[in-house]
Design a protein around this ligand. Sequence first.
Ligand code: BTN
Length: 320
Amino acid sequence: MSNTLLNLLADGEFHSGEMLAERLGISRTAVWKQVGRALDNGYPIETVRGKGYRLTGGLDLLSAARIRDLLPDAVQERVQLLVLDETDSTNAEIGRSGHGWSADKVPVCVADMQKEGRGRRGRRWHSPRGENLYLSLGLSFEGGFSILDGLSLVFGVAVAEALQELGVQDPGLKWPNDIFVEGAKLGGILIELRGELEEGWVRVIAGIGMNVHMTDAADVDQNWVSLARLGGHWERNQLVAAILGHLLASVDKFQANGFAAFRDAWQQRDIFFGRPLVATHGDVQGIGRGIDESGHYLLERPDGSLHPVRAGEVSLRVAG
Ligand code: BTN
């Protein structure tokens, strides 16, 4: 798949076969073949006699150079950025990216599409080409596995803050770290562990999926929303840069001060607060009362006691 052809068509305007051939340094027949391959890969290219080719709606291309430009210098120096046309899963890609992760060396992978996008609880994450955000990074933390309850919530707060910075109104968090807007899921975070390293150090792969341009997804079985559906103009490179900036700042703050510094920021966005809830196993019901200092979700039982629920053990849904 030639990215150069797509770059030339990304503006959504008509371009003649002659001009494309000249710019790409190939014959018009070769242009036509590349257009055929792009169509096979799902890009909606229109061909009109006398006008040439047009990518309907234009294309929000991922660009490593543009992402780097948008990152603050301190973040730019820390990340090792890999931008892919396609992959099985960006989380898997980070898992294969070798050793030597550290606070100063954070591998980051963004892809235009995932063939085997992974969601939480073994579910598949719908990952169509060019439409959404698929972003993963590799981090190491001091503190053993016990830090993870809080850490997964910190990621949700960081992503919500990045979205707010870009103008999304009131992004909410569904425990532990789904991003909800207007009652529907906009994005999710998958955290995978890579075993404990030398004493007390754990390696974590954090993957963020967010619906950006998607307007149709027949096979997604939950209530979803995309940034496009919310309205406005969205550029995926800008989202990547904003999310990375907030994530790395939050991770540093978490490593220095622990979860307590994030508890209020999480609670302010809790979409479950005050609602009747049931844990997935169905054995505990109660009213949502936010999180404790470790990031466990609290259910208020009929006798007034608070029952903590751990992420990874159960998930919550609204009762009824
Ligand atoms: C969820 O189920 O809510 C979590 C979804 C996480 C999806 C992202 S997309 C980027 C990264 N790569 C994957 O395979 N999954 C995560």
